[in-house]
Design a protein around this ligand. Structure first.
Ligand code: TYD
Length: 198
């Protein structure tokens, strides 16, 4: 079973992901992420830092996704494992629809086409939503900002996420990211256990 956690920068998804590893230890979940901990992931981070051409950046995110599927996701699913990914395909549709706007005639159509036929859609996606200003205040505490971390960009990114969630209500669970971390953790843990039948 493939579970993903999504949301804008500073929404709290990485802390939730980390806490779930402890809470769900008895299920031996494969804890994974995009961009990945591989050399392709390193190039993605470099592309973000150097603000390369948005099409080049998008293709690197897609390359990272392809490697992630081959090296981590497919083998784990074949073994019947539970996977929990911090960011996955919806990050591309939410962020690259914004970064590619003005560079391609139809960013969502292009993103669909580039993933079509080989990606694996998650079984369940938790989307953490919170006011953009609150999220940005959290990221600013961490230091250097990535080029995505601007009010205008993240507002559009969050709207894209919400539109995707509305289009696929059976897959998405929307969570109020302003709730106490413990409350969110308890809720997500119980949803995953229910879905996994454990
Ligand atoms: P990440 O390392 O997850 O950063 P954070 O821990 O701050 O969430 O992701 C780095 C940035 O890359 C983040 O701003 C979101 C962006 N991103 C995309 O634009 N597209 C993608 O497909 C992915 C996976 C991430």
């Amino acid at each position: 079973m493939l579970i993903t956690i999504e949301g804008i920068d500073g929404c709290g998804k990485s802390s939730l992901h980390e806490a779930l590893a402890g809470r769900l230890r008895d299920l031996s979940p494969v804890m994974t992420r995009e961009p990945g901990a591989t050399w392709i992931g390193d190039q993605v981070r470099r592309a973000i830092a150097e603000q390369v051409d948005p099409i080049a950046e998008a293709l690197l995110f897609v390359a990272d996704h392809a490697a992630h599927l081959r090296e981590v996701v497919r083998p784990a699913l074949a073994d019947g494992r539970l996977l929990i990914s911090d960011r996955y395909i919806d990050s591309r549709f939410a962020y690259q629809e914004v970064s590619l706007s003005g560079f391609l005639p139809d960013p969502p159509g292009w993103l669909s086409a580039v993933h079509n036929g080989w990606t694996i859609i998650p079984d369940l996606t938790f989307l953490l939503v919170l006011p953009v200003e609150t999220a940005l205040a959290r990221t600013q505490k961490r230091g250097a900002a990535e080029h995505f971390e601007k009010t205008e960009v993240l507002t559009k990114v969050q709207n894209n996420y919400l539109n995707r969630a509305r289009a696929e209500p059976g897959r998405f669970v929307i969570i109020d990211g302003a709730l106490a971390p413990e409350t969110i953790l308890n809720f997500v843990e119980s949803k995953i256990r229910k879905r996994a039948g454990k």
